[in-house]
Design a protein around this ligand. Structure first.
Ligand SMILES: [Zn+2]
Length: 338
């Protein structure tokens, strides 16, 4: 009986071993996906991101480095992650708004994609990633608002629930929270017509601009990073709408340049451009400030064509597909900026 069993086992191993190329390819692909560090999670919070950053550093060594550019209101690190060693400088920001945590997941996926392609000498679309990493330094701030993301994904915990409920219009469900944990909208915090920017009167889950511009540690850290690094182009990822904001009172050659680049991002992603007349005249967003102060291109890219609470983690592969060529493209454009 044992012999028969053994025989069946040997035959079945022989059959499976003689599989066609496609099953081999599938197996190889599965192994590859299993090797990935940044993988499908139900939620992508600060702790998961921190663990992934450490694992990426262990796997890719000096190809990736990260530092903290400051601490959030609750003392979480605000990480800035660098890949590449070139003179062109890009900045990519995620999770400015708490409920848009999927943008952190997207940026971490892109980070790993470029690290892997750089190491293996592979292309992303037509872009040679090894060359991109020689020519450009790309700084990711994957989670500008870690406290807010934690509130959305993990709930109130031991925070003062009454005060948070008050800021949330007495609704127990915090999944719609956009602000930082102090109730300030980090994308209404920058010195670009801040005084005239529309705002709620008091701290709120959304749309309160603070008592003065840059009065929150998260927005301060981002502005300080921009001042220190002198970026050629910046892109802040938000959710949702599948649209690209690009306009902030540019004129002449800068207007034509920034629109041309925006059109190309539209072509890559399939997202729509927000018309000038539909862009906020006064906004105090990061992109507005960057465009105004540095006179260089800054974009707000809104991923996802569903509501923030209808987007599921399985949508990530589509977001990666739509956006993976944006950063390599911007790295090329950056050569023409300074
Ligand atoms: Zn947003």
């Amino acid at each position: 009986m044992q012999k028969i069993f053994l025989l069946i086992l040997i035959i079945s191993i022989a059959i499976s071993g003689a599989g066609c190329d496609s099953s081999y390819a599938t197996k190889k692909r599965i192994t590859k996906e299993q090797d990935r560090i940044v993988t499908g999670k139900l939620k992508y919070d600060y702790d998961v991101m921190e663990k992934d950053l450490r694992a990426l550093r262990r796997k890719y060594g000096e190809a990736i480095s990260y530092t903290s550019i400051g601490k959030s209101v609750e003392g979480r690190e605000l990480y800035a992650v660098k890949i590449g060693k070139g003179d062109q400088k890009l900045l990519v920001v995620g999770s400015v708004h708490a409920r848009e945590w999927m943008t952190s997941y997207l940026l971490m996926n892109l980070l790993e994609l470029y690290l892997e392609a750089g190491q293996e000498g592979k292309r992303v679309g037509a872009y040679n990633i090894r060359k991109m990493l020689q020519d450009a330094t790309i700084t990711f701030v994957p989670m500008l608002n870690p406290d807010g993301v934690d509130l959305v994904l993990n709930g109130v915990g031991d925070r003062d629930k009454a005060s948070l409920m008050h800021m949330n219009e007495n609704i127990e469900d915090f999944s719609r929270w956009k602000a930082n944990i102090a109730g300030v909208d980090l994308n209404r915090q920058f010195n670009a017509d801040w005084a005239d920017t529309v705002s709620k009167e008091a701290p709120s889950f959304e749309n309160y601009k603070g008592e003065s511009y840059l009065d929150q540690p998260e927005s301060q850290a981002l502005a300080a990073l921009a001042e220190q690094e002198d970026f050629d182009i910046t892109a802040a990822y938000h959710l949702s709408g599948s649209v690209i904001f690009w306009y902030y009172h540019q004129e002449g050659a800068n207007y034509r340049r920034d629109l041309r680049i925006a059109r190309r991002i539209r072509w890559i992603t399939g997202y729509k451009l927000v018309k000038e007349k539909d862009s906020d005249e006064v906004a105090a967003g990061f992109k507005d400030w960057f465009v105004k102060v540095y006179k260089r291109p800054g974009y707000t890219i809104e991923i996802g064509d569903k509501r923030y609470d209808e987007i599921v983690v399985e949508d990530i592969s589509r977001f990666v597909r739509e956006n993976r060529k944006v950063i390599p493209y911007l790295a090329k454009e950056a050569k023409k900026i300074k």
